[in-house]
Design a protein around this ligand. Sequence first.
Ligand code: ADP
Length: 270
Amino acid sequence: REGLRLMALVLLVIFIGIWFLFLSVKREIELARIKSEFISNVSHEIRTPLALISMYIETLEMGRIKTIEKVNEYYRIIGKETQRLTGMVNKILNFSRLESGRQKFDFDTCNLNIITQKVLDTYQFHLKNKGFDVKYFPADRLKPIRCDREAIADALINLIDNAIKYSRDIKKIEITTGTRKNYTFVEVKDHGPGIPKKKQKLVFDKFYRITTGHLAHEVKGTGLGLAIVNEIVKAHKGKVTLTSKPGEGCTFRLYFPILFTDKDLSNNNI
Ligand code: ADP
């Protein structure tokens, strides 16, 4: 009896060991696949604008373009493609700095309403150009937080960029600020395709992308945007949530701990 029990126990331990080994090998294989997909993605995204830039420069150099309008159009395309390349390289460098802890944060007392308004002021033109209707609902009175303004603006821009990139027919974005418990939050809501429940955690992983498999409809990206948002929020001791129903859009919310004053603390206002 005892012998049998012992054997069952040993078998169970071996089985659990094998199971864990299987899980870790599976994870390693998945990581390797995601990494190689990232490299092929990025290479493709670098090659396409580079090819366009060199083609347009060559054509301009040959002097075959006669009208000034056409010349200007070519310069505009070269400028746009260069910007796209710079944006992508900056995203990769930004993520690498954040992940390795090399990013220096300039913490200050800030108000989320002001940061959000500034981002919208600078982005208004771009959003209108893309045909988006953006509504901003700032909370009446927001308590201050301790944050790096640039970093929070960067996180917000990543969320707005994604809302633009992934929305299809309904080009509407709502941005809201508010308070919940000891946190203030800013939320970006779109009416795009949404993200299925199973993938909602994964989208914050570095390099992770959801692809449709249809090359022609594929939205381009590095899979770093939400990982950057996550790192920035983590550095502020905040949290990020995603609520979404496929077909009905996404709502991303960034929470930051309220900076309570001594007066708040002594009045027991928390
Ligand atoms: P990228 O946009 O470069 O792929 P992200 O890390 O920003 O990288 O996003 C990861 C994935 O999450 C995207 O590939 C996309 O499938 C999904 N996603 C992000 N934002 C949205 C959104 N607003 N609506 C639908 N899907 C989204």
